[in-house]
Design a protein around this ligand. Structure first.
Ligand code: 4AZ
Length: 226
């Protein structure tokens, strides 16, 4: 997270961190006591048995912090495209309910928005593009939603802003970064976006790109029913 502030996990109790073999890889959001939404690019091809989810932890270190759960199943949509990051969403089914202090579920998106509305993004990602490490403490920032047209114009030949994506950035140097992927973008107390990609972090003319939860809602609902 660039341009944000450190927060306690109690301010973002739906935010979980994802680990492979104990190592932090991505953020995620708890949508039922046994389901986490994250980005497909975080978990595609990873065996569920290697994945763990930690809730209720403000800091990444400190092995005793938070509540840890193993993952039983990883679901990604057929439409996910590893090159374009179309449909960059995954649902993780946990082996047992993730409950405890400062752990809460978040509702899926029902809201509509317009350019300029602010959406809250949180995670343990890098605090500068050129940094070589993630943040130990969770951080949070509000970024402004950008029209599809202006995002497409800004990315031009540097990427495709597909129908499952939306863009947000600034004002000023405010953005998600590496390590924030899979984490929540929250509007009106609803999970409306998933951190997906961007060219660098906090660069002028290259907004953060998010998976639009509304556009992948049918996949999420199907995964919850499995
Ligand atoms: C990443 O590499 C990443 N500035 C996530 C978000 C953004 C850029 C990169 C958005 O996971």
């Amino acid at each position: 997270i660039l341009g944000g502030t450190p927060v306690d996990i109690s301010a973002v109790p739906y935010l979980v961190n994802l680990r492979i073999g104990g190592n932090f890889i991505c953020g995620g959001s708890l949508i039922t006591p046994t389901h986490v939404v994250t980005a497909a690019h975080c978990v595609k091809g990873v065996s569920a048995s290697r994945l763990q989810v930690v809730g209720g932890a403000t800091r990444l270190t400190d092995a005793t912090a938070g509540v840890r759960r193993n993952v039983a199943k990883v679901y990604t949509p057929k439409a996910y495209n590893i090159r374009t990051l179309h449909s960059d969403v995954a649902v993780l089914k946990l082996q047992s309910p993730l409950v405890g202090a400062n752990i809460e579920t978040i509702a899926l998106c029902n809201s509509s928005w317009e350019a300029g509305n602010l959406i809250r993004v949180s995670g343990w990602g890098k605090t500068a593009e050129k940094s070589n490490r993630v943040s130990q403490q969770v951080r949070s920032v509000e970024v402004a939603l950008i029209t599809r047209k202006s995002c497409m114009d800004q990315y031009k030949l540097r990427g495709t802003i597909g129908t499952t994506m939306f863009c947000a950035a600034g004002p000023g140097v405010k953005d998600a970064c590496e390590g924030d992927s899979g984490g929540p973008a929250v509007y009106q107390n609803q999970l409306c976006g998933i951190v997906s990609w961007g060219l660098g972090c906090g660069r002028r003319n290259y907004p953060g790109v998010y998976t639009s939860v509304k556009t992948v809602r049918s996949f999420i609902d199907k995964a919850l029913a499995l």
